[in-house]
Design a protein around this ligand. Structure first.
Ligand code: URA
Length: 436
């Protein structure tokens, strides 16, 4: 088999066999296929696409390029949730404890933030002492004992995807549906859970800017997950504005703690209730979504989910007093109120730019190695649809550096549009894909 022939085949829109896909993934991972040939192949995929069978074969070959986590030491059906990347997305911190409080094991492998999107691990590290670097044995033991543990992605998880993603990033081949779907699903399959709930974001802060594209991606990933024997659901959610009001690590953790105390903004509550409901349904803990939502609401009312968060933070070395006394978290040196420049209604938010504003303040990484400032970020007072008068505060920036702050103010002002027409509210949950 020659890589040249496979590039030619895809260039002409022909279908590759499983064996051919495995050959190119293994060859590239082991160094036998150079970057230039793989780049040509990826570009051919961008123009010709891949069918379902090819996408599944690519996913499996990438998943099997490294360690497939064996979670069989954990009792019961394990549920995982994965977001395609958003701004202000703190759902894992809320739904993990809720689902675990209902006895469903959540053995989660999470990532750090990159680019304009945040990551669960950075948020969790806001708790002094918290660590995701725990041994597999402790990970399994914690999940068996209290149903929730989160570790970082190991270097050996789908290494083929890691290499291919880096290549796609520099060859303008990221935004192809089969390539995105296989990249995400290879990591989820390798991470070992029985139930996978995907949060596919659509909008200005998401990878998929339109609902139609998000739905296609969701359907493809659900098919791959179910095809690989995992119970898979995808929830399509709106990312035309940040989720909740807080963006930035400690600010988001505090909002998550508020949510676990029963004070979640509506969109954040909808997101957590829906995603968590499908985790419970997939794990067989409930028979329908209505039952799931009732049980989940009770974990908030009774305080069981908040207690679970404290237990989980402590089990991974963190200081659980911060869960009950969030004022202990350090604050940025300075706050600055960004005001409305006109009367009207907030009609649009460029959410990617909002994520980048938080990054500019120091809350995200420019590169994988960057140090982040956990205290900085943005707390919105108004979101889409809100009526504003000139001079009203739209958001409060939390900053530690004057130069970064002044750049962030301009960026945020440009990211928010004030129009003259009132808008009808858009639901946060746009659709659910169960089987396609
Ligand atoms: N996230 C991933 O992990 N892979 C992609 O290709 C896109 C988003």
């Amino acid at each position: 088999m020659r890589m040249y022939d496979l590039i030619m085949k895809k260039k002409h829109g022909e279908t590759l066999t499983d064996e051919e896909i495995r050959f190119l993934v293994n060859g590239y991972t082991k160094g036998g296929i150079p970057d230039y040939q793989m780049s040509a192949f990826l570009m051919a995929v961008c123009f010709q696409g891949m069918n379902e069978a090819e996408t599944l074969a690519l996913t499996m070959a990438m998943a099997e390029s490294g360690e497939i986590l064996d979670l069989s030491a954990i009792h019961g059906m394990k549920a995982d949730k994965h977001s395609t990347g958003g701004v202000g997305d703190k759902t894992s911190l809320i739904l993990g404890p809720m689902v675990a409080a209902l006895g469903v094991p959540v053995a989660k492998m999470s990532g750090r933030g990159l680019g304009h999107t945040g990551g669960t691990i950075d948020k969790l590290e806001s708790f002094p002492g918290f660590s995701v670097s725990i041994s597999n044995e402790r990970f399994f033991e914690n999940v068996n004992r209290m149903k929730l543990a989160i570790i970082g992605q190991t270097a050996d998880l789908a290494p083929a995807d890691k290499m291919l993603y880096a290549l796609r990033d520099v060859t303008a081949t990221v935004d192809q549906l089969s390539l995105i779907a296989s990249s995400i699903m290879s990591k989820k399959l390798a991470a070992g859970s029985d139930v996978i709930v995907l949060d596919v974001k659509a909008g200005s802060g998401a990878f998929m800017k339109t609902y139609e594209d998000a739905r296609k991606l969701a359907e493809t990933m659900v098919k791959i997950g179910n095809g690989a024997g995992r119970k898979t659901y995808a929830v399509i959610s709106d990312m035309n504005q940040p989720l909740g009001y807080a963006v930035g690590n400690i600010l988001e953790v505090k909002e998550a703690i508020e949510a676990l105390n029963g004070r979640a903004p509506e969109d954040l509550s909808d997101a957590c209730m829906t995603l968590a409901s499908y985790m419970l349904l997939g794990a067989g803990r409930v028979t329908d979504i209505t039952e799931a939502k009732e049980l989940l609401a009770e974990t908030i009312r009774s305080g069981a989910a908040l207690t679970k968060l404290a237990e989980f933070v402590e089990a991974q070395g963190g200081d659980k007093r911060y869960v009950y006394e969030p004022d202990r978290f350090p604050r940025a040196n300075r706050t600055y109120e960004v005001k409305a420049q006109a009367d009207g209604y907030i009609s649009a938010m460029n959410t990617e730019e909002i994520g980048l504003t938080s990054l500019l303040l120091g809350g995200g990484r420019e590169t994988k190695e960057s140090e982040i400032d956990l205290t900085v970020g943005i707390v919105f007072e108004k979101k889409i649809g809100a009526k504003v008068s000139s001079g009203d505060t739209i958001a409060v920036l939390h900053a530690n550096d004057e130069t970064k702050l002044s750049a962030a103010v301009t960026k945020l002002q440009n990211a928010v549009t004030i129009g003259q027409t009132p808008l009808s509210p858009v639901p946060h949950i746009l659709g659910v894909v169960e089987q396609s």
